[in-house]
Design a binder for this molecule. Structure first.
Ligand code: ZN
Ligand code: ZN
Length: 416
């Protein structure tokens, strides 16, 4: 694929963004873009296991995104397929010589937010602004394009080893990587990579690996009590709202840790049915983060004790579910050396930064950790994309040359 084809593909994804687990048209477009290449494709159950997903989109939601995909030109049978079987895709290409098994995670989901329609915003000015109420405000349209472009480059199979590209749904909310791990698609990979555009770095800058990051757990806690008349029989009620509010305060009152950086947030709390009814239900979401993987688990255990105690105090039932998770990242020096070397040889790369600390939490770290725990290596590459607005803002946009640079660096890394 030439640059103008890559750019057109990215713009089509950008114009039709889809949020977590609803990437129906995106998956179909990726499938179409790699059709005819000498690759093996895994989809559905072979690519991810959705049985443990908390709050998977409803049938109704998926049908809405399916219709939008068909309206935007996706073949109806393929849209139906990805609606019914999930949107992850795993694509393998075998080199002609023996060598390491490479893995590359690219995420494909967009965010549930509106894109700027200001004519100064590049996608709006060039007619590919989002048309459906979601937005690629984190560059995952660019990542999916990098995955597709790299498969085209390596289609001559003139390299040692093999490459497996993991097109992952639901990175936002750190929910998708675990589903792919659960299907076993990271097993057997020797060198696990991920790539992300960096909106705050100039085009031509490449980071060998991001490092650190925070381990995180996203929790959904449901309290189930009993309604009763607030004046006539308040003592017969079991107050779920109170159990949840007491929990919210206690969670935010957990101690800081002396040995690691931690974060806690109670993000939402929805409770009750009416002003004169003892509230019978409450659902709270909260997240814990830490720069240490054991401490984040410790925080979750403490939250578990808090909600159990508050539920007991109010005589209600409680259920705590982990909706999303990620780990910290410790990339491998030897692999970073290879990336830095490959990037340094590219004429389009003007600056190579070896590593960079990032405060966010990305679930590619789970895939990398999985491979490392089995004796493999991992790293997370960044390519500068000079965005006018920050990630997750309505004016985020990637300079499209960053896509080409990402492909160049990955190709040269795998071919050398
Ligand atoms: Zn993001
Ligand atoms: Zn992202």
């Amino acid at each position: 694929m030439e640059f103008d084809q890559l750019r057109a593909f990215r713009r089509e994804l950008h114009r039709n963004p889809e949020p977590a687990f609803a990437e129906i048209g995106t998956a179909a477009r990726i499938e179409g873009a790699i059709a005819g290449l000498p690759v093996d494709v895994l989809t559905g159950k072979e690519a991810h296991d959705l049985s443990n997903v908390v709050d998977y989109p409803s049938r109704e939601t998926l049908e809405k995104w399916e219709s939008a995909a068909v309206l935007s030109g996706v073949a109806p049978d393929r849209a139906r397929y990805f609606r019914d079987h999930g949107t992850a895709m795993v694509v393998d290409v075998e080199g002609v010589r023996p060598g390491p098994r490479w893995g590359l995670r690219v995420d494909i989901d967009a965010l549930p937010m509106r894109e700027s329609t200001d004519p100064a915003h590049f996608p709006a000015a060039h007619g590919f602004g989002a048309i459906n109420g979601a937005m690629h405000a984190c560059g995952h349209d660019a990542h999916a394009t990098i995955g597709v472009g790299l498969l085209h480059r390596l289609a001559d199979r003139d390299f040692a080893g093999s490459l497996r590209v993991l097109f992952q749904p639901a990175e936002e909310g750190v929910r998708g990587a675990q589903t792919m791990l659960d299907a076993g698609v990271a097993d057997g990979i020797d060198r696990m990579l991920a790539i992300h555009v960096a909106g705050d770095l100039p085009v031509g800058t490449v980071v060998g690996s991001f490092t650190g990051g925070m381990a995180t757990r996203k929790l959904r806690i449901a309290f189930d009590g009993k309604a009763s008349h607030a004046a006539g029989a308040p003592e017969e009620g079991r107050n779920a709202l109170l159990a949840a509010s007491m929990s919210a305060l206690a969670v935010m009152g957990l101690p800081r840790f002396s040995s690691a950086d931690t974060r806690l947030n109670v993000g939402t709390l929805v409770a009750g049915d009416g002003v004169n009814i003892v509230p019978s239900s409450a659902v709270m979401t909260c997240e814990a983060r830490a720069t240490d993987d054991e401490i984040v688990d410790d925080l979750v255990e403490r939250i578990r004790s808090i909600v159990a105690g508050c539920a007991l105090a109010q005589g209600v039932d409680v259920d705590l579910a982990v909706m999303g998770r990620s780990a910290t990242l410790t990339p491998d020096d030897e692999l970073i050396d290879r990336i830095v070397e490959a990037a340094g040889d590219e004429s389009t790369v003007s600056e190579v930064i070896r590593t960079r600390m990032v405060a966010g939490s990305d679930d590619a770290n789970l895939l990398i950790r999985h491979v490392q725990q089995r004796g493999g290596q991992g790293a997370y590459i960044m390519t500068g994309a000079a965005s006018p607005g920050p990630h997750h803002s309505e004016t985020f946009d990637v300079a499209e040359e960053s896509i080409l640079i990402g492909i160049d660096v990955l190709e040269s890394l795998i071919r050398r």
